[in-house]
Design a protein around this ligand. Structure first.
Ligand code: R2B
Ligand code: URA
Length: 309
């Protein structure tokens, strides 16, 4: 199995970059968390047509998205009538669904969870020889100064210290990687917001926190060593630096897309205005409805790519 990425294809921005010389030595690559293997699962045949990979937090949301995109594109999803089948089968860690050129992947909460499935999905599309693949994160977030239910298309992503970098520890050493957002791609997607939408869409900076509670300045966790004023001052400060929303995966997502030579975009709906509180109290019906907003924009983008708009 050839695991190198062809330089010409890379230059033409057609294939994903798997930059790991060690993979050359291994003929068998078992993608443990998604239960697929490069040697036994006929990846090229099953996934070679994939052009869009959409990531979101939960399996059920990504299953619903698969049903939605399959009806929008007029293509069947993989699985039985009634509900898409989770391709990762029995792993129980992540879910992957397929509808024609679209893969829908659940990533769990936070960068550590996201990065595992993202690494394996990058290898999957590489082994499947997919070309011109684009990745999207369609998720949820807390908003700053925008109405709950607003979709934020990320044009810049920063960590909790407002730096556009993702820090991690590799072999005991701190590694700092730039989070390079493809601004043109973000703008292109933003164009698919429509004046007649019942929700607002904005381009803005996303702050990616390491945690839902203290990391996002909340004062309603089990532990808290700051007070209400500290929180508001911090929220005001980050807002003054352009931050429109706060979530937990964009930094890892954008950094890895860049490393993989894949176009990546982040669209998150806001579930609350953090200037007004910490608790997500939206009722289930409204929550289900707003979670679809980023999906609607991405679906339009995909339909347009297929000349269906
Ligand atoms: C948004 O929502 C989740 C936390 O509730 C997290 O995955 C995120 O980024
Ligand atoms: N997800 C987050 O990470 N933060 C919020 O406030 C809401 C959803």
């Amino acid at each position: 199995m050839d695991t190198t990425t062809d330089d010409n294809d890379i230059k033409q921005n057609r294939t994903v970059r798997v930059k790991n010389p060690h993979l050359l030595k291994n003929t068998v690559d078992h993608l443990y968390h998604i239960s697929l293997s490069n040697t036994s699962d006929d990846l090229e045949n099953r996934f070679g047509d994939v052009k869009f990979v959409c990531f979101g937090g939960t399996p059920s949301r990504m299953s619903k998205f698969t049903q939605f995109i399959s009806s929008e594109l007029g293509v069947k999803y993989y699985g039985d009538v009634g509900s898409p089948t989770n391709i990762t089968g029995s792993t129980d860690r992540y879910a992957i669904y397929k509808a024609g050129p679209v893969l829908a992947v659940s990533h769990g909460i936070g960068i550590p969870s996201l990065s595992i499935v993202l690494q394996e999905v990058v290898k999957l599309v590489h082994y499947a020889k997919c070309q011109d693949v684009e990745f999207f994160r369609i998720g949820t977030s807390g908003g700053l100064g925008v109405e709950p239910g607003t979709v934020v298309v990320t044009e810049k992503v920063v960590n909790g210290a407002l730096e556009p970098f993702h820090h991690s520890i590799v072999l005991g050493k701190s590694v700092k990687r730039p989070a390079v957002v493809d601004k043109e791609f973000a703008k292109e997607i933003y164009q698919f917001a429509d004046i007649s939408d019942k929700f607002q869409t904005v381009l803005g900076t996303t702050l990616c926190a390491d945690d839902f509670y203290e990391g996002q300045g909340r004062i309603d966790g089990a532990f808290c060593e700051h007070d209400h004023d500290d929180k508001l001052n911090w929220l005001k400060h980050v807002h003054s630096q352009g931050v429109c929303n706060i979530e937990m995966e964009s930094l890892g997502f954008i950094t890895m897309c860049h490393r993989a030579n894949v176009k990546g975009a982040v669209l998150c709906v806001t579930l609350l205005d953090r200037f007004k509180g910490d608790m997500v109290t939206m009722d289930h019906k409204f929550l289900t409805a707003v979670q679809k907003y980023p999906q609607i924009i991405v679906a339009r983008y995909i339909k347009n790519a297929y000349h269906l708009l």
